[in-house]
Design a binder for this molecule. Structure first.
Ligand code: ZN
Ligand code: ZN
Length: 367
């Protein structure tokens, strides 16, 4: 079968945007292409995911190439939801299919796993894939993402996207109600919430690493303005460049909640909302190989500096199996006005760069 074209597949996939764990048409599309290519595949991986497998005749590492497939929901004025490929995952699926069409028949050693992952935007897709056991035998994992104009120029690639660790945290405070005219009989959690907020704003962490910790909501309202409130919740958005820094931040948040509560005689605790999204932890040698591939395949003027934004559930793979050598590169596609904008657009022609790097690196490892 002839090589598949990433640009035209992206344009087709763009017309069938589906939300996480609902990628039915998208996974049909992927399965159909893999079948036509004669590539063995499994459906229903982590829900709606698809796993293509190409086995080499000689022993060697198991290498995983990962694309995500889901779109994003945007609310219409009438309350209905419109699904839009506003993060470029249609492009990722297209790049991996195009790479597969060039790799079929060329894998000599080891095993190549082509993972079309569901539900990245919910940050649960990778965890479901892990539960399916697909990651257990993986030695090398490579991911990629189209980058917006804010990150790197269209037509370039960067060897590493330095995703940060991120999490939402709720601080809970419990006090005692009383008539506001007799505040000494109550324990006012609005005061604990205010002290905690100040402690969060005064947090100090290593300034050589990037991090941010913001109060994004305070609810300390009692049922009437003349009642001392006894329940308060403060919402936090926390981000840290490394997983160790995130651990330190969470410990400081807990100490701040307990300390702020103790200062007014209340009880304080923190609740981590879901699983902490791990920061990128890459294998330096593999990132260097990605950089070399970009230089060799695309040319020295096409190598962009590494960029650092957002979070990615791809990093749960290494958290699950720390021996995995991981890398994740950026494909400058000129996405504008920016990722997650409802009208995000880019020229599909730039996807070819991502395909070329994927193929080059895979053949160096398994060819
Ligand atoms: Zn996204
Ligand atoms: Zn994305």
């Amino acid at each position: 079968m002839a090589e598949l074209n990433a640009a035209s597949m992206r344009d087709e996939l763009h017309k069938i945007p589906e939300l996480g764990f609902e990628e039915f048409k998208t996974s049909d599309y992927v399965a159909n292409k893999l079948e036509n290519l004669g590539i063995e595949f499994v459906r229903g991986v982590g829900g709606t995911g698809v796993l293509g497998i190409i086995r080499g005749a000689e022993p060697g590492p198991v290498m995983l190439l990962r694309a995500d497939m889901d779109a994003l929901p945007f609310k219409n004025p009438d309350g209905s939801i419109e699904r839009v490929h506003a993060c470029g995952h249609d492009g990722h699926t297209a790049m991996l299919l195009a790479a597969a069409s060039r790799l079929v028949g060329k894998i000599r050693r080891g095993t190549l796993k082509l993972l079309f992952q569901p539900a990245e935007e919910t940050l649960r897709g990778a965890l479901c894939v892990i539960d399916s056991g697909v990651i257990d035998d993986v030695d090398i994992a490579l991911g990629l993402h189209v980058r917006p104009i804010q990150d790197i120029p269209a037509g370039t690639c960067c060897a590493a996207v330095q995703h940060v660790s991120s999490i939402f945290v709720k601080a809970h405070f419990t006090g005692r109600t009383a008539h506001a005219s007799r505040p000494h009989l109550g324990v006012n959690v609005a005061e604990a919430a205010a002290l905690f907020t100040n402690a969060v704003c005064a947090m100090k962490l290593n300034p050589n690493l990037s991090w941010s910790c913001k109060v994004t909501g305070i609810d300390a309202m009692s049922s009437a303005p003349n009642i001392i409130p006894d329940k308060a919740v403060v919402m936090i958005d926390a981000r840290a460049q490394t997983n160790a820094l995130m651990d330190e931040m969470l410990a400081k948040l807990e100490a701040a909640a307990k300390g702020a509560a103790a200062a007014v005689g209340a009880e304080g605790s923190i609740e981590v909302m879901g699983k902490v999204i791990p920061a990128a932890e890459y294998d330096d040698d593999l990132v260097e190989e990605v950089r070399t591939s970009i230089l060799e395949v695309l040319g020295p003027d096409k190598l962009a500096p590494n960029c650092a934004t957002g979070g990615e559930d791809f990093h749960f793979f290494k958290k699950h199996k720390p021996s995995i050598k991981a890398a994740y590169f950026g494909v400058g596609a000129g996405c504008a006005p920016g990722l997650h904008s409802r009208d995000m657009h880019f020229d599909s022609k730039w996807l070819q760069n991502g395909v070329d790097v994927l193929v080059d690196l895979t053949l160096k490892k398994l060819g």
